[in-house]
Write a protein that binds this ligand. Structure first.
Ligand code: TRP
Ligand code: SF4
Length: 332
């Protein structure tokens, strides 16, 4: 690891299996870019997955493996970054326990994600101790590595705010020991799924990074466009076209400037327009596919990479826990 990179970045994802274009545009691209400037720690938040999947944890290992293979395919580089598994660093659990001693319950009940997710996943019983403590565990993840910056989506901002409050409370009670981290919010483009709703595994509308080229082509050809264009001769409107959102991400501006009037005048049809998109989308995915093939030559790549990452993460976590135990007088 390059020690000249001073500031530390940390982020995690719950193991969600195969990643799709939404993950790439929303988080992964940013994670890859941050590696140049920061010392990055990226981890599989498998204990966080258990807070909602506790009744059916059978998929966690496979989902973690698939997710990390996708990270690596996109250019998360184990030479530059520490890639590890949360549950392998037991210190997170100890720290979570210690932080829970002084985290007021109303801070957790007030957290918007608490009630929202409970409502959203209403078929699961989330009135659990573990789920209420979700943000405390997240605070432990972040504070244990003394991370300066935490790249997250906007939905995670309340958790970051809570992490900062917990860090400040610790520092107030036991002396200035913890780094108060800053969220790093990047403006993410909206990535629609092929049915027009947000791209999401649970909607079955995703284009996966591991989809082979013919599957990507077929999905794009099936994707919804401007519903007003029922016939080839009907003029369209890129401003309301779902597919056009992908053009905004993948197609160069000068090409888009040509497509827009051609859509409005029905000079091109949606099938032609989709072919234009594929001219840029496929080359954008090709390096990911190549890398993936290379990575999967080693069937143990997930365990090898994360075991090595775990060691580095552990060393760092142990340093912080030593300070924390001393500060909380629980080091005798
Ligand atoms: N809660 C985050 C999510 O659902 C995942 C996560 C867990 C995380 N611990 C973290 C993100 C620490 C950033 C830092 O996306
Ligand atoms: Fe959308 Fe292109 Fe069809 Fe216009 S021509 S409606 S931009 S897919």
């Amino acid at each position: 690891m390059n020690e000249i990179k001073k500031q530390r970045v940390l982020s995690g994802m719950r193991p969600s299996g195969k990643l799709h274009l939404g993950h790439l545009a929303g988080a992964l691209k940013n994670w890859v870019d941050l590696q140049k400037e920061y010392q990055c720690f990226y981890f599989v938040a498998d204990w966080h997955a258990l807070t909602t999947e506790y009744a059916d944890p059978a998929n966690i290992y496979n989902d973690a493996r698939e997710m990390v293979v996708d990270w690596l395919s996109c250019g998360i580089d184990p030479e530059q970054s520490v890639i590890f598994v949360q549950s392998h660093i037991r210190e997170h659990a100890e720290f979570h326990l210690l932080l829970s001693m002084f985290t007021p319950i109303p801070w957790l009940e007030r957290c918007p994600s608490y009630k929202e997710l409970q409502k959203e996943l209403d078929q699961k019983d989330l009135h659990t101790y573990g789920f209420l403590g979700y943000p405390v565990l997240q605070a432990a993840d972040i504070l244990i590595y003394r991370a300066h910056k935490v790249p997250v989506g906007e939905d995670q901002l309340p958790h970051l705010e809570l992490t900062r409050d917990i860090a400040r409370r610790f520092n107030y009670l036991y002396g200035e020991r913890l780094v108060v981290p800053e969220p790093m919010i990047t403006a993410y483009p909206r990535v629609p799924g092929i049915d027009g709703r947000k791209m999401s595994k649970s909607y079955g509308n995703s284009i996966y990074l591991s989809d082979p080229e013919p599957v990507v082509r077929e999905k794009i050809q099936r994707m919804v466009t401007d519903p007003a264009r029922a016939y080839r001769k009907d003029p369209g409107n890129p401003d309301v076209c779902i597919l056009y959102n992908l053009h905004k991400i993948y197609t160069p501006e000068e090409i888009r400037n040509r497509i827009r009037p051609e859509c409005r005048s029905a000079a091109i049809g949606c099938t032609d327009c989709k072919e234009e998109l594929l001219r840029f989308l496929i080359p954008a995915m090709e390096p990911i596919w190549k890398k993936r093939e290379e990575i999967l030559k080693d069937p143990d790549v997930f365990l090898k990479i994360t075991r090595a990452g775990d060691q580095k993460a552990l060393a760092s976590a142990q340093e912080t826990m030593k300070i924390v135990r001393e500060a909380m007088k629980i080091n005798y």
